[in-house]
Design a binder for this molecule. Structure first.
Ligand code: ATP
Length: 308
């Protein structure tokens, strides 16, 4: 068996081959979407670099919604057809899944980096994956009695920002806080850029804001990143009440890695672990970070192996 698996985000696409033993990381290629007109040209470029003959099935995870084998990207003007991609590599079977669902299915195969540790966690078989890259979304992964995983999809990024975060932004940013209406307006790579602009009046990419924060000399970057991390802690507090993920809150995506693998972690933890919630205690929920950029591909490989 030979599979083609992929993860199409708003900014980047990752493609690799997989087989019965799992993902073949030696075949992994990451492409910038801006260098391509469509997903089909990304696949064409991949075929030039990696031998895709005899691929029997394709699974592509994408940041968007899927209806009848067509995926519409949330943060990119691409429509992705499972049939077209299957035909492009000559595979008789091709499926599309939501990228956060793929991450939920990938959890059993991933090692994660602990961010907030818990002495003796109470488990309920539920983990919440929080993806923060070009966009924001979550999925709930629930272990089943037969050792499998059921994944519940969501489109949380499009929900209104919680009132506690709106109030915090109003205090910190004044009228500019009105630019942040949905969760995704604030909590993603471009949300960090928007926050930096509202704080300093300047424009900088998410990566450069984090680099300036780490450098420690740019007060605007320090203020922005700490505000972002504090807001993310408040958001995470609300998410654990909504989903009760006693097995853990697991962050993924480039923006999550940038923020939580930095000294801004303390601003996140202070907000997340603040006293005052009696029923669900945040300090009983382990928080961790997926450091593998191609994590969703493990979920695609897992899905194809489970259904072939
Ligand atoms: N170190 C960093 N800190 C903060 N933000 C970052 C960092 N590196 C990249 N970003 C931002 O993360 C976003 C890209 O995230 P990612 O690489 O997870 O892309 P993606 O998979 O295409 O996104 P998605 O799946 O959410 O559509 C960009 O907005 C980028 O500016």
């Amino acid at each position: 068996m030979k599979f083609l698996v992929g993860d199409v985000g708003g900014t980047n696409t990752r493609l690799a081959l997989a087989d019965a033993s799992g993902l073949r990381l030696d075949t992994l290629i990451r492409a910038r979407n801006d260098d391509h007109d469509s997903m089909l040209t990304v696949v064409d470029a991949y075929k030039q670099a990696v031998d895709c003959s005899d691929v029997s099935a394709v699974c592509i995870a994408l940041a968007g919604v899927i209806h009848d084998g067509i995926g519409s990207m949330t943060n990119r003007d691409w429509r992705i057809s499972a049939l077209d991609i299957g035909q492009s590599v000559g595979a008789p079977r091709a499926v599309l899944i939501n990228d956060l669902s793929a991450l939920g299915h990938a959890l059993p195969d991933l090692t994660t980096m602990p961010v907030c540790k818990v002495e003796s966690p109470a488990t309920n078989g539920q983990s919440l994956v929080v993806g923060m890259g070009t966009g924001f979304n979550v999925s709930l992964a629930k272990k089943t009695h037969d050792g499998g995983t059921v994944v519940i999809e969501a489109e949380v990024g499009h929900a209104e920002l919680p009132a506690s975060i709106k109030s915090m932004l109003e205090v910190e940013l004044g009228w500019s806080a009105g630019r942040f209406r949905t969760i995704e307006d604030a909590f993603c790579g471009s949300g960090l850029e928007r926050l930096f602009h509202a704080t300093t009046g300047q424009t900088l990419s998410g990566e450069k804001i984090m680099a300036a924060f780490t450098d420690g000399r740019d007060t605007g970057a320090i203020r922005t990143v700490n505000l972002f991390a504090r807001g993310l802690g408040l958001l995470a507090r609300g998410l654990i009440c909504q989903y009760l993920p006693r097995d853990g809150l697991v962050f993924a995506g480039s923006a999550s890695r940038g923020i939580l693998d930095s000294t801004a972690l303390s601003a996140f933890s202070d907000a997340f672990l603040a006293p005052g919630m009696d029923v669900v205690l945040p300090n009983s929920i382990p928080v961790s970070l997926i450091t593998e950029d191609a994590a969703a591909l493990f979920g695609c490989a897992h899905m194809l192996n489970a259904t072939s």
